[in-house]
Design a binder for this molecule. Structure first.
Ligand code: SF4
Length: 376
C-alpha cells in the first residue's frame, strides 16, 4: 500500500492536558462497531464501566458528563490511554486529528485543523502544503472508499494537481476563487454525464472582469447568517475567540446595509493584502489544503462543486476573523491569534455535523438556487 502524508505529519505531538481546546470536549464522539464489541467482551468491573460510558440506541456515542467525555480524568487526560488500553479508545480518538482515507491501494493522511497543534503546524507551513511519501508506522484508515475505478481515480488525482498548481500560481486570490467556482461547476456536469476527458477542462480565463477582482465571492449577507446563526451553538466558553469575533464583527458590520458591507469587506481585504502579503499566502494555503482533502474525500460521491462552495464559506469566515482583528489594530503577525481563530472556526463550522448541514442548506437556497436556478 502506498501511503502519502501531509508534509508536516511527523511534527505532530498531542499536548494532552496542556491543550486549550481538547478534542475530548465539545462534540459527539461516536464509538465504532469494533470498539463496541470490545466493550461488550471486556470482563469484570472495567467491562461494566465501559458499557456505562456508551449511549443507548443502535449507533453508540461516548456519554458526556457536563460536556466532558466519560473517560476524561480530572487532569483532562484520557483514562484509557493512561491505562495503556488504546484498543478500547473509539477509533476516531485513536486516529484524531489525523484524517486518513483509503482508496484502492493508496492511503492519504492529513490533519483536521480543529486541533490547536495541527492548526499551528499548518500556519507554520503555509509555504509547504504538499503530500509526501511515507514509510513510517502503519496508519489505520478512518474512511475506506470501496468503489475503485482506476481511470477515474487517476483522472481525479490529475485534476487535483491542476487545481493546486492554479491556486499556488501568482494569480490573485479573488480571481482564483471565481475561476475555480466556474471550473468545478463545469467539471461536475461532465463527471455526471461522463461525456469528456475531465483532465482536459481548463481552469483559467473563466471569471468575467467584474468577478475577477471581487474578494466577496459570497455577499456578506450570506456569510453574516453563518456568523450570526451558525457559529454560535450556545456553548461559547468565556475565553472562546469566536465569541469575541462574533461580537466585534457585529459591532463593525451590524449597522451597514448589505451593499455597504460588501464594499467594506472588499476594501479592507485589499488593504490587508497590501499591508500583510503573508495573509494571502495563508488563504491560498488554506484553499490548497482544503483541495487536497476535499477532492480525495469526494472521490466516490462526486460532490466537488458543492464541497468547494462550502470551502469558500470557511475561507471567507477565516478572512473575516483577520479583518475584524485588522480593523481593531491587533498584531496581524501574531501566530497565536491566528491559531486560535483557525482552530476554533474549523471545530465549530467544519466539524459540527448539524452546523455543516445548516450551511449547506443556506448555500443551496441562497446561492446555488439563486444563481443557477436549480437546487442540488
Ligand atoms: S485537540 Fe489535538 S492537542 Fe488537543 S488533546 Fe486533541 S489531539 Fe491533543
Amino acid at each position: 500500500m502506498a501511503t502519502k502524508v501531509i508534509s508536516f505529519y511527523d511534527k505532530f505531538k498531542c499536548i494532552a492536558s496542556d491543550c486549550p481546546s481538547t478534542c475530548c470536549r465539545g462534540w459527539r464522539i461516536s464509538i465504532d462497531e469494533e470498539t463496541v464489541s470490545r466493550y461488550k467482551k471486556e470482563p469484570g468491573k472495567e467491562g461494566m464501566r465501559l458499557k456505562a460510558t456508551m449511549t443507548f440506541g443502535k449507533n453508540k456515542d461516548v456519554r458526556k458528563f457536563f460536556g466532558r467525555c466519560a473517560n476524561e480524568t480530572k487532569d483532562g487526560l484520557c483514562r484509557l490511554e493512561l491505562m495503556g488500553r488504546q484498543e478500547l479508545m473509539p477509533e476516531v480518538c485513536r486516529i484524531y486529528p489525523r484524517r486518513s482515507i483509503k482508496i484502492g491501494d493508496d492511503l492519504e493522511v492529513t490533519f483536521e485543523l480543529s486541533c490547536p497543534v495541527t492548526a499551528e503546524l499548518f500556519l507554520e507551513n503555509v509555504n509547504n502544503i504538499r503530500l509526501i511519501d511515507y514509510d513510517g508506522e502503519e496508519i489505520d484508515p478512518v474512511w475506506i472508499q470501496d468503489k475503485f475505478n482506476e481511470k477515474y481515480y487517476n483522472d481525479i488525482l490529475k485534476v487535483r494537481e491542476k487545481v493546486i498548481d492554479f491556486i499556488k500560481s501568482d494569480i490573485p486570490l479573488p480571481e482564483i476563487m471565481n475561476n475555480l467556482y466556474l471550473y468545478y461547476r463545469e467539471l461536475h456536469s461532465h463527471v455526471m454525464q461522463q461525456d469528456i476527458d475531465i483532465t482536459s477542462i481548463p481552469i483559467s480565463g473563466r471569471a468575467g472582469i467584474e468577478d475577477k477582482g471581487r474578494y466577496n465571492f459570497y455577499s456578506i449577507a450570506i456569510i453574516d447568517k453563518v456568523i450570526m446563526n451558525d457559529l454560535d451553538d450556545g456553548r461559547f466558553r468565556s475565553q472562546d475567540p469566536l465569541r469575541d469575533f462574533r461580537k466585534e464583527y457585529n459591532r463593525i458590520f451590524g449597522q451597514m446595509t448589505a451593499d455597504e458591507a460588501d464594499r467594506f469587506f472588499h476594501r479592507k481585504c485589499e488593504e490587508m493584502a497590501k499591508a500583510h502579503p503573508a495573509l494571502s499566502d495563508k488563504y491560498k494555503a488554506y484553499l490548497s489544503y482544503y483541495t487536497y482533502q476535499m477532492i480525495y474525500a469526494s472521490y466516490e460521491t462526486v460532490t466537488f462543486y458543492k464541497e468547494y462552495l462550502m470551502g469558500i464559506v470557511y475561507l471567507m469566515v477565516l478572512m473575516l476573523t483577520d479583518l475584524v482583528d485588522y480593523v481593531n489594530l491587533k498584531d496581524m503577525e501574531d501566530i497565536k491569534r491566528q491559531v486560535n481563530n483557525l482552530n476554533a472556526a474549523e471545530k465549530r463550522l467544519r466539524h459540527n455535523v448539524s452546523v455543516k448541514k445548516n450551511i449547506q442548506k443556506r448555500i443551496e437556497r441562497e446561492f446555488i438556487k439563486e444563481k443557477e436556478g436549480y437546487k442540488f
